[in-house]
Design a protein around this ligand. Structure first.
Ligand SMILES: Cc1ncc(COP(=O)(O)O)c(C=O)c1O
Length: 518
């Protein structure tokens, strides 16, 4: 009875026609005309009933039709050229096809036996990206030669690298005759401009003293957070303060697990000075981790990669292709400079699944079964080639520069990151006569809502420290609008029209007596 529900020769025709219907509606979703970004049709009740599961099940074409009619129109379309909120659209043709092929393949890269060809291809791909980073690549073909791994998100990539840093520290301490103490182990970072996955990882790694009462901490002379906050300067780590903090931590008799640097922060895509940080890390023999989930894209552009000069000296790096390399979710990467450090993650040799030297699963923290999610990245790189990809990375910066230039000419707009490092432009609407930060924040929040809900444009907005004191002399929190240009279909005319809408809406709201009286 259930044989009709699996793919086999007798169901091929039904499967093929359902597949055709599905891809047709998905493609239509991608470039519906006009490109509508916000859910055009969000009927919660209809969606809830579209999630219903019945005892008898329904026909395949009903499953597909229900999805196309109820779910698709309510989905956010990252591929719309007017979607300028996040750094990527995931719309490379080859990337999408690689994602589709993966579902058919059903390989399990936890073990070489279950994924022979996929393991070899993924290992080779990781070695290729190591070369792009500038990390050493050895001749071996084992999983260790990948010197990193494929995971499901930047959060997991950061976690993997921080786990390696912790294990590295443990080994160093043992060599010095000391014992690792998670309560007195610190991480140095520019907290306002580090992604929250860093703090979550540190918590998962058992660091810090949040579990103790204030009295217990005071008695033991412990800090609540393992994070030692380094001063921020122009959204970047203040290297002089970093040196001071290293001394201060060591004077307290505490250990440092790593310096957590950022290449392209989540809000403004500012890049830490990696060369300077690598100098400091090497001098103090510290692990330097670089979260390059946003900014790692510049490694693929000969013109832009200067922003990450020194990356080859970092101990570890996390990259997020699903955020910046035109491929659909999910795929993220982590790399360790010395491939041998992967052995810190080696699994239990008595495990059920054979952990031979070819199996990638033995070296990927918190991941066992994993499909060939890297196939979409391989497809995309093969299709685009290095030159076209470099041109795309450069195009993003060019658009960001144009947007910043236009904003600077508008009396009502103000850039929050006047030095646009790569592909993020943050700004606020500041009407004449309003200088109260709270009111300005509320106004920009209202602009954001109205723009995203009532125009075809979709921008991101977030509260942030005003590190350049563009609005607040005390560098306090501002609610900033933010654009990014990761979609090759977004052009300057679209960006300008979006900005014109911001000005118009801002003016309407600021002069609206209702809003003014609030
Ligand atoms: C700088 C940075 N690091 C890490 C992450 C986490 O990545 P993911 O969402 O892929 O887990 C993000 C996500 O926005 C990020 O911006």
């Amino acid at each position: 009875m259930s044989a009709r529900h699996v793919l086999q020769s007798s169901t091929v025709d039904e499967f093929q026609s359902a597949l055709d219907a599905l891809t047709k509606s998905c493609v239509a979703f991608k470039f519906a005309d006009p490109h509508v970004v916000p859910p055009v049709h969000m009927d919660r009740e209809a969606l809830r009933s579209a999630a219903e599961v019945t005892d008898a099940g329904v026909e395949l074409d009903t499953v597909i039709a229900r999805f196309a009619d109820e779910a698709l129109p309510a989905c956010l379309n990252f591929s719309a050229p007017t979607f300028v909120a996040h750094p990527d659209a995931g719309n490379s043709t080859a990337g999408i096809l690689g994602g589709i092929a993966n579902v058919f393949l059903q390989q399990n890269l936890s073990s070489f036996d279950y994924s022979p060809a996929a393991t070899v291809l993924e290992t080779e791909l990781l070695r290729t990206i190591r070369r792009v980073i500038g990390y050493p690549v050895n001749d071996g073909v084992s999983a260790l030669s990948a010197g990193g791994g494929v995971v499901f998100g930047g959060a997991g990539a950061n976690f993997s690298c921080l786990l390696a840093a912790r294990e590295h520290l443990k080994r160093r301490l043992v060599a010095e005759g000391k014992v690792f103490d998670p309560r007195r182990t610190r991480v140095l970072a520019n907290r306002p401009f580090s992604h929250f996955s860093m703090r979550r990882s540190l918590f998962m790694l058992g660091l810090g003293n949040r579990d103790l009462s204030p009295a217990q901490r005071a008695e033991a002379g412990l800090e609540e957070e393992c994070l030692c906050e380094v001063a921020s300067s122009h959204f970047r780590i203040d290297a002089d303060d970093l040196e001071r903090k290293i001394e201060a931590v060591r004077e307290r008799g505490e250990e440092i697990m790593c310096i957590f640097a950022v290449a392209g922060d989540s809000r403004f895509m500012a890049f830490d000075d990696l060369t300077r940080l690598a100098d400091i890390a090497e001098r103090h023999q510290l692990w330097l981790h670089v979260d390059a989930c946003e900014g790692g894209q510049v490694l693929f552009s000969p013109r832009r990669r200067h922003l990450m000069a020194g990356i080859d000296r970092a101990s570890s790096i996390s990259l997020d292709p699903h955020k910046v390399l035109l491929v659909p979710y999910n795929i993220s990467l982590f790399f360790l400079r010395d491939p041998q450090w992967l052995t810190y993650f080696s699994g239990d040799p008595t495990s059920l699944i054979s952990q031979d030297e070819m199996s990638l699963g033995g070296y990927t923290p918190a991941v066992n079964s994993k499909s060939f999610i890297s196939l979409k990245l391989l497809f995309m790189l093969q299709h685009w080639g290095w030159d076209r990809l470099a041109a795309e990375i450069d195009r993003r910066h060019e658009l960001a520069r144009l947007a910043a230039g236009w904003i600077e000419e508008q009396p009502a707009l103000r850039l929050i990151n006047p030095d646009v490092s790569h592909n993020a432009v943050a700004f606020m609407h500041i009407p004449e006569g309003i200088d109260d930060a709270k009111r300005l924040n509320r106004l920009n929040q209202a602009i954001h809502e109205r723009l995203n809900m009532s125009t075809p444009f979709f921008v991101h907005a977030c509260p942030s420290r005003d590190d350049e004191a563009r609005v607040r002399a005390d560098r306090g929190s501002v609610f900033t609008l933010r654009m990014m240009f990761g979609n090759p279909l977004t052009n300057w005319a679209i960006v300008r029209e979006c900005l014109e809408n911001v000005v118009k809406i801002g003016y309407e709201l600021a002069t609206d007596p209702l809003w003014q009286s609030e």
